[in-house]
Ligand binder design. Structure first.
Ligand code: NIG
Ligand code: FE
Length: 415
């Protein structure tokens, strides 16, 4: 039979199988379904066959072949939490933090998210797109083939819509799949500093309906934490979003625990993200929920903090664990999922195999695409990366250089 593309002779081909038709839960995380001397045939953008090279050769041929000998082949990374669309930078705050200022002190004095809000509001749409594009291109070069991108640096109806348009424009012109999320409740903007409730009213009454009308965002997120939004405000915003057809997500327990994770489970949120300060009771809840726990180790690393998401506890409870970069100009300007994997292995004690599943199949579930991407089973999207590594344990073991040699998106060779 004829395929479009045939990848063969991989030292290890990681299929990353579904478990019971879903993600890999709890301690069963880390099943790569490795095929040695592996091959993969793609046609019409999808995986049509996967197996050992000699077996597949008997049945398939393709006009384009890639020899993956001495390489690892796996699904493209799915990065399920980023703020990669913004204008400007905050290198000055990074230097202040080195000098001892905390993220929250900088935020309270009008810097932090508000600093990026000012530059993003001032940037015309074309500039916002132009500044964000190279970051997404570098993500692609580091193996990310699907990426979630949040709004949240506009914090006003017009500027939030501009961010959503930038996200849509980037999705239309880059080979990655971009999943848009509305994050109008990322911070209380300065002009509402004395009336946070008034800002929540604006989000619910004006911004959310406008975001829904744009037809762009699939998800709605909120930053539920000290210095951002309370639990009750989060409940109100996410409930209103759900009524408009957006699926809830939440930034919870990054700095303090306000009950955001329990709220996520109660509302059937697709994911709860950060989870550094999550209580034992809420970890138990995650163990029985379909809400994906998204860990963002580049964030504590970027802030120079010591505490990370308690991955072992989440896995012991039976939860679904995923990894993301959180790429943003404040806490973690990180475009590399391989670096996030290296961090997760060291700080969260994941094995490279567990981290790889958390960065592919499980992270696909965190953006509602678990049936589509994140696995190389037959019929899934042919989003494939080839790593210049002798075996999968070298992913995580090595860090700082890019191990990704080839990137194939929807069966098309991109890099
Ligand atoms: O996920 N926590 C809130 N949002 C980002 C930081 C955004 C910023 O500082 O610009 C985060 O860490
Ligand atoms: Fe974030």
């Amino acid at each position: 039979m004829k395929a479009d593309l045939f990848i063969h002779s991989a030292t290890q081909l990681c299929v990353v199988p579904h478990h019971d038709g879903g993600p890999q839960r709890g301690r069963r995380l880390g099943d790569l379904g490795i095929i040695e001397d592996g091959a993969l045939a793609c046609a019409d953008g999808r995986v049509v066959a996967v197996g050992r090279t000699e077996t597949l050769r008997a049945d398939w041929w393709a006009p384009v072949e890639i020899d993956a000998s001495e390489r690892v082949v796996c699904p493209g990374f799915v990065d399920p939490h980023t703020h990669v669309v913004w204008a400007g930078d905050r290198a000055d705050e990074f230097v202040q933090r080195i000098g001892g200022a905390t993220y929250q002190e900088i935020m309270a004095s009008g810097g932090g998210i508000m600093s990026t809000v000012r530059t993003t509001r001032a940037a015309p749409l074309a500039q916002l797109v132009a500044e964000s594009r190279p970051r997404l291109e570098r993500m692609l070069a580091h193996g990310t083939t699907t990426v979630e991108v949040k709004s949240g640096y506009g914090l006003g109806t017009t500027s939030e819509l501009k961010m959503l348009q930038a996200i849509a424009a980037l999705d239309a012109t880059l080979p990655l799949t971009i999943v848009p999320t509305f994050l109008g409740a990322h911070a209380v903007p300065t002009e509402f500093a004395h009336d946070p409730a008034g800002y929540v009213d604006l989000v619910v009454e004006e911004m959310l309906p406008a975001a829904a009308d744009s037809g762009i965002p699939r998800f709605c997120d909120i930053f539920c934490d000290v210095g951002a939004f309370t639990l009750e405000q989060s409940r109100r915003v996410l409930t209103a979003a759900r009524a408009l057809g957006m699926i809830p997500k939440i930034h919870a327990d990054e700095f303090e625990s306000l009950g955001g994770t329990a709220l996520a489970v109660e509302l059937g949120a697709i994911s709860a993200d950060h989870l550094v300060r999550t209580t034992a009771t809420e970890i138990e809840l995650l163990g029985h929920a379909d809400t994906v726990a998204v860990a963002l180790p580049a964030t504590p690393f970027g802030l120079g903090h010591r505490d990370y998401t308690p991955a072992s506890d989440i896995l012991a409870a039976g939860g679904i664990l995923a990894l993301a970069t959180d790429c943003n100009p404040g806490t973690a300007w990180c475009e590399s999922m391989p670096f996030v994997i290296a961090l997760a292995c060291r700080t969260m004690h994941l094995t490279p195999a567990q981290a790889l599943v958390a960065a592919t199949l499980n992270s696909a579930y965190a953006v509602g695409l678990g049936e589509e991407v994140g696995s190389l089973e037959v019929d899934r999207a042919a989003d494939v990366i080839i790593l210049d590594l002798p075996d999968v344990n070298h992913l995580g073991y090595r860090f700082g250089a890019n191990p990704v040699q080839r990137v194939i998106k929807g069966g098309r060779i991109i890099l």
